[in-house]
Design a binder for this molecule. Structure first.
Ligand SMILES: Cc1cc2nc3c(=O)[nH]c(=O)nc-3n(C[C@H](O)[C@H](O)[C@H](O)COP(=O)(O)OP(=O)(O)OC[C@H]3O[C@@H](n4cnc5c(N)ncnc54)[C@H](O)[C@@H]3O)c2cc1C
Length: 454
């Protein structure tokens, strides 16, 4: 690499970086991607893929019966290894040069790469994409090295299932791990200062999740302040943590601390590039993903919301197209959110709050899985799908689902909405039977009935 000039340098090989690199390579540009850890980013090594592999294992009754956390972790490692190879092949097949090491700016167009043996090399480019992602936020006064206090990275190295686990933070990551560990057999308690789980989720869906958590023996402690976390000993003399929450104290075998994430910018020497990050290391960009230095783009989690794998990848693609003067359009206004709690949740489009704010009159079409043959076959009498439908145009404005297959099903609604479809599209089409997708037709008919009455 040393001294070479590239058409594009990408820093970070998560979904955002990968997609930017491959897109530029497809345009026949010379591309260097720099990665300091494993190819595939946090997405592959500590985020999406390991957590979803653990979830799948937890859902498999054989795993739970044998309670072999080690076997679960081995499966996860195999998936990670396999995927790393797929990404390496994809990058090399497209002619992307890979440099293993930590990148930092020497000037706005030059970077230095330092490998694990402290050997340095240099590269320059007129276009740079920062896709360095985030890491779990760790308060300075907490010690995460003792095997009782974990974050979402270190929990992946846990070797024994803790009998009791406290999750601090009821955001997406906290709720997903609460489901997974409860399913594996731990006694889980979720603590949060807010009075509900998650954020920005349809109230009915949220209530259903909270009820399901309670019936799965996940204890919810919400609406009070976390006062302290201290190391202590359990009644059996084991290392444990004492949680002082509100006016009460709780002793648990392990704590998973999920209180947000910080952008990976410290090692980049952003000053040399003329950039200044916001609080918690996030970078601001315009709609083309350009930072305040127009030739330096930033994509993925390091720019904050929505901080999802697929959106990071799409941002990477759009940034690479823009860098080389191609109009790739804009990031879609509506895109799906998938939350892999047990049961899973997925939403796309408007929610009730947005519709009320915009003063749009709407009806809600509902379909309960218990009314569907497939729901009965699956034993999911809990899930449901909601469609928000414009009362005047009959257009589908939002879809919200909780239950089996929600993260897959949402795409039917997403595509219908992106085509500006009305519920009649769903009513007039034939769906496979018995499927969960049939929920769309049932919900559309339910909305149509209300519109007829209105
Ligand atoms: C527990 C968990 C579960 C998640 N589950 C989901 C999910 O189910 N679905 C979903 O869509 N999203 C999920 N996410 C979010 C998803 O993982 C992120 O949105 C995605 O990884 C962001 O991609 P990225 O390209 O921004 O960067 P990342 O994947 O974070 O990768 C950034 C890379 O940059 C590298 N890097 C950093 N600094 C430097 C440097 N100076 N030099 C060289 N390399 C550097 C890092 O080593 C890292 O490999 C989850 C996240 C977590 C933590």
């Amino acid at each position: 690499v040393s001294g070479s000039k590239f058409d594009l340098i990408v820093i970070g090989s998560g979904p955002g970086g990968q997609r930017a690199a491959v897109q530029a390579a497809k345009l026949k540009k010379s591309v260097l991607i720099v990665e300091k850890e494993g190819l595939g980013g946090a997405c592959l090594h500590s985020g999406t893929i390991p957590s979803k592999t653990l979830r799948e294992a937890a859902l498999n009754p054989a795993t739970v019966v044998h309670d072999t956390l080690r076997a679960v972790m081995e499966t996860k490692q195999k998936v990670i290894q396999g995927e790393t190879e797929v990404i390496r092949q994809q990058l090399t097949r497209n002619g992307v040069e890979i440099a293993q090491g930590t990148a930092c700016f020497l000037s706005p167009r030059e970077i230095q790469i330092t490998d694990s043996k402290a050997k340095t090399s240099m590269a320059s480019s007129d276009h740079i994409v920062i896709a360095t992602g985030t890491r779990p936020y760790r308060p300075k006064d907490l010690d995460f090295s003792d095997g009782v206090l974990f974050d979402s990275d270190s929990i992946l190295g846990i070797s024994q299932l803790p009998p009791t686990l406290a999750i601090i933070g009821a955001g997406v990551i906290g709720c997903e791990y609460a489901s997974i560990f409860a399913k594996l057999g731990a006694q889980v308690t979720v603590f949060d200062r807010r009075t509900t789980l998650l954020r920005g989720i349809d109230t009915e869906v949220l209530n259903a999740l909270e009820n399901h958590f309670r019936s799965s023996h996940i204890t919810l402690k919400l609406g009070e302040e976390l006062r302290s976390l201290k190391k202590t000993k359990s009644a059996q003399g084991r290392s444990a943590m004492e949680i002082h929450f509100g006016s009460k104290k709780y002793v648990v075998d392990a704590v998973l601390y999920c209180m947000g994430r910080s952008g990976n910018v410290e090692e980049l020497n952003l000053k040399a590039a003329g950039l200044t990050p916001l609080d918690r290391g996030l970078l601001t960009v315009n709609k083309f993903y350009q930072t305040t230095q127009p030739h330096i783009y930033a994509v993925g989690d390091v720019i904050g919301f929505p901080a999802l794998a697929a959106s990071s990848a799409e941002q990477g693609r759009l940034a690479a197209l823009h860098a080389f003067g191609i109009d790739g359009g804009e990031f879609p206004a509506s895109f799906p959110f998938g939350i892999y709690t047990i049961p899973e949740i997925s939403t796309c489009g408007s929610d009730e709050e947005a519709l009320k704010k915009e003063d749009i009159s709407y009806v809600v079409g509902r379909a309960h899985y218990r009314e569907l043959a497939r729901g009965k076959i699956l034993g999911d009498d809990f899930g449901f799908l909601k469609l928000f439908v414009d009362s005047k145009s009959r257009k589908i404005l939002g879809v919200h689902i909780i239950g089996t297959g929600a993260t897959e099903l949402v795409h039917i609604g997403q595509i219908a909405m992106s085509l500006g479809a009305s519920i009649d599209l769903l009513v007039n089409n034939v769906f496979n039977y018995p499927t969960l997708a049939e929920a769309y037709k049932v919900a559309a008919l339910n909305a149509a009935n209300q519109l007829r009455i209105n």
